[in-house]
Design a protein around this ligand. Structure first.
Ligand SMILES: Cc1cc2nc3c(=O)[nH]c(=O)nc-3n(C[C@H](O)[C@H](O)[C@H](O)COP(=O)(O)O)c2cc1C
Length: 268
């Protein structure tokens, strides 16, 4: 409950930062989290986390941000990844862990849409053989910034029952499941579209993706990684050992419409 209430629920995107510098100790603590404690979705995919200062805004502004706007911030983190199966979901999952770790430190953040990953990498002069998978602006929120919380799906809107044509049955929910679903429902997504649903059947949850013409391929998979992390992180905060998401096929027929795609499942 604490992790959901204090971290996941409190987070909302920031598009107006103060110029206050983020202390080196905070960056060091976030790096230590990434190096030692970070949970991954797919084992064996090499990633690299890099922090940059406000000076890269000029380099990034042509290539990241929707509506042609790259948010100005005192810092940015970029997560690089090897290209492998599910690397974007994995990167979204890892970067969401970093986002929430930074939220714990009182920082505000905003994910940035990558319009041209190769151009971002070239502009940053990186030659590590990996893809630019996530770009996130961070810093302290400007006290004059009164950005409102984005409305989120409720559990009833996000969740369905054992298949896509069955309504959710909340009668067997325990508080751990309920908090984890609430955390999933609170996930950030490109344009706040939340183009996915969770099918909840006793101890199984399946994530399925809805069609979304506005969401590009990168953001589609990053969105999935984010929602999977939020669910996992809250479950993990409430249980000594939390289960992991798997991309294995579902065990039952989810009766999905043709344009709805199965993504992953978790059993707890
Ligand atoms: C993959 C992804 C890409 C995003 N790209 C941008 C962006 O380019 N510009 C922006 O202002 N916000 C961007 N956002 C932030 C979303 O608009 C924001 O998360 C959403 O509106 C929900 O608001 P919240 O984060 O306050 O919950 C992005 C979010 C995600 C997850």
């Amino acid at each position: 409950m604490q992790y959901y209430e204090n971290i996941v629920k409190k987070r909302n995107s920031c598009r107006g930062f103060s110029t206050k510098k983020v202390p080196d100790e905070v960056i060091a603590d976030v790096r230590a989290y990434y190096d030692n404690d970070e949970s991954v979705l797919v084992e064996g995919i090499r990633t690299e986390l890099k922090f940059y200062g406000s000076d890269i805004h000029e380099l990034l502004k042509q290539h990241v941000g929707y509506n042609g706007i790259c948010i100005k911030a005192p810092g940015y983190f970029v997560l690089y990844s090897d290209k492998a199966g599910h690397f974007l979901e994995n990167a979204g999952y890892i970067a969401q862990g970093i986002t929430l770790k930074m939220t714990e430190h009182g920082l505000a953040l905003c994910w940035m849409t990558i319009n041209d990953a190769a151009a971002v990498k070239k502009a940053l002069g990186e030659d590590n053989g990996m893809e630019v998978a996530c770009v996130v602006a961070f810093g302290y929120r400007d006290p004059k910034n009164d950005e409102k919380k984005a409305p989120k799906l409720t559990i009833d809107e996000l969740c369905l029952g054992k298949d896509y044509r069955t309504d959710i049955d909340v009668s067997h929910f325990d508080h751990e499941l309920e908090d984890s679903l609430r955390a999933a429902a609170h996930s950030q997504s490109f344009l706040n579209l939340q183009p996915y649903r969770l099918l909840v059947d006793n101890n199984n949850v399946c994530l399925v993706g809805l069609p979304s013409e506005m969401t590009n391929e990168y953001d589609t998979y990053l969105n999935y990684g984010i929602v999977m992390f939020n669910f996992y992180a809250v479950m993990w905060s409430l249980r000594p050992s939390a289960p992991r998401w798997s991309f294995d096929p579902p065990e039952t027929d989810l009766r999905l419409p043709e344009d709805v795609k199965y993504v992953a499942k978790i059993r707890f």
